[in-house]
Design a protein around this ligand. Structure first.
Ligand code: PHE
Length: 472
């Protein structure tokens, strides 16, 4: 168990596996299942997907290693960990603001993540009531027309009271786990549910591969069409990579602080990235065959997962039960991520203001609850309210989309950019060398990536994505 250099003993993970599963639990969530297919669809498929994979390997992975490294070395909540590494490297303690910026991003993400979590709760309820009405035997929604199934999602997001209530309920469940603390709550959820979820997702994808438009899906997702790779698509792909790997919000710094010295951070980071990316690709392989077979629009956006999957469960044997199980698992994957999102600001409040876990997490939940109300209403009664209309990146976006774009396309890449500069150029080399768990050419390669590729590529992609007009 790790001790902090000042203050009481920190809670620790009970084992390396538990840390790994919790970190994977944080990474794998709605970002993989809901956001990845939606972004791949709106950004035209193959070019986005292949660039995304490149981003995960060349930018995401070194940043993931850098974040966990800072956390383990600092042994504290993210800003404090940044400060400790900075002080030890004779650098300005102001570097802690990188993490404070990340704490803000995590909080803002939680403000719309819980709304999507609420949608998942609704679908769990939908399948449960279907089972109650028509029994376990048949497919889901027996006798219901395709149009009516597709109409369920727009009806849900148009209903403000319902989406607000569901979003708040999802936040409350998250709060329950965060209050119980690291090993009490988060670990148990992650240890049991993540493996079960993976198996179910593989099963559904394999089933779908026999039934639907699988070869069309493969061509759509993996054909590289260079002309489609615009600045905006690149920014979307980088943003999605960070969102999915939980990077640039100092979340992995916070988790890294709970890791023992015996854990090899490089190997662990590679496993986290591989697991996360395979779930995203599986989600794509699971959802797009249904899109093509049913003649739906690939660029449908945020509703993609919720509109397509019920189709699959309608045709499957015991589909209602499988659909129910699937959405329960999606709910748990979302929960292990939202717990991480709430944990980041909570740990910060605890360390900075000496609050108890209870009052820190309650304050975060109340703040996120306010954001949740506006996000949930922005697909219904506030649909015409575009808070940042004057800025081109946010034109036409409601509150929900503004939070999403602001974090994935701005604050996460900027946070990651600063982290790479911090580790590549500011932090003492000996400290980095001794923490990262790699040596030889791999170590040189890591240094090359954090010092040069990550900052330059991120700066370039941010400029290209934010000011597309400049480069035409
Ligand atoms: N990675 C999570 C997901 O894919 C979201 C997340 C982002 C969680 C940042 C924690 C921190 O759903």
């Amino acid at each position: 168990m790790a001790l902090s250099s000042s203050g009481p003993a920190r809670e620790g993970w009970s084992s390396r596996t538990a840390f790994l599963l919790a970190a994977i639990g944080s990474a794998v969530g709605l970002g993989n299942l809901w956001r990845f297919p939606a972004e791949a669809g709106t950004n035209g498929g193959g070019a986005f997907v292949l660039f995304y994979i490149g981003c995960v390997v060349l930018i995401g992975l070194p940043i993931l290693l850098s974040e966990t490294l800072i956390g383990r070395h600092g042994q504290a909540a993210a800003p404090e960990s940044f400060r400790r590494v900075a002080e030890q490297s004779q650098a300005s303690p102001k570097w802690e603001w990188v993490a404070a910026f990340g704490v803000l991003s995590a909080f803002l993400i939680l403000g719309f993540y819980c709304v999507v979590g609420g949608w998942v709760l609704y679908y769990i309820g939908l399948f449960a009531s279907d089972i109650v009405q028509s029994g376990l035997g048949g497919g889901a929604f027996a006798g219901v027309s395709t149009e009516s199934i597709e109409a369920l999602f727009p009806a849900l997001i148009g209903d403000g009271q319902l989406t607000v209530a569901l979003g708040i309920a999802f936040l409350a469940i998250t709060l329950f786990f965060v209050i119980r603390g690291v090993s009490g709550g988060i670990e148990i959820a992650a240890t049991w549910l993540m493996p079960a979820f993976f198996v179910l997702l593989v099963g559904i994808t394999v089933y779908g591969a026999f039934g639907g438009a699988f070869s069309e899906t493969l061509a759509y997702l993996f054909t590289f069409e260079p002309e489609k790779l615009t600045g905006e698509v690149m920014l979307a792909a980088v943003g999605q990579a960070f969102f999915s790997l939980s990077l640039g919000v100092a979340g992995m710094v916070t988790y890294g602080a709970y890791v023992g010295r015996n854990v090899n951070l490089a190997g662990t980071s590679a496993i986290i990235a591989a697991a996360d990316t395979s779930v995203a690709l599986l989600a794509g392989l699971c959802i797009f065959p249904i899109v093509f077979a049913a003649g739906l629009a690939a660029g449908a956006g945020p509703g993609l997962m919720f509109v397509t999957l019920p189709h699959a469960f309608q045709d499957m044997p015991v589909g209602a039960l499988i659909g129910f199980a699937f959405f329960i698992m999606v709910g748990f994957a979302a929960l292990t991520s939202s717990v991480a999102l709430m944990e980041v600001p909570t740990a910060w409040l605890m360390d900075n203001f000496r609050l108890t876990r209870m009052s820190a997490s309650l304050s975060v939940a109340v703040g996120a609850g306010v954001l949740c109300v506006f996000s949930a209403l922005s697909t219904g009664s506030l649909v015409d309210w575009h808070p940042l209309e004057a800025i081109p990146l946010f034109a036409g976006q409601g509150f929900f989309d503004v939070l999403d774009t602001f974090t994935a396309k701005l604050t996460m890449p900027i946070g990651a950019l600063l982290t790479s500069i911090f580790i590549g150029w500011i932090a003492e080399r000996r400290l980095v060398d001794s923490e990262n768990g790699i040596s030889g050419w791999l170590h040189q390669f890591y240094l090359l990536l954090v010092r040069w590729l990550c900052p330059l590529a991120l700066a370039g992609i941010l400029l290209l994505g934010i000011f597309p007009g400049w480069f035409e």
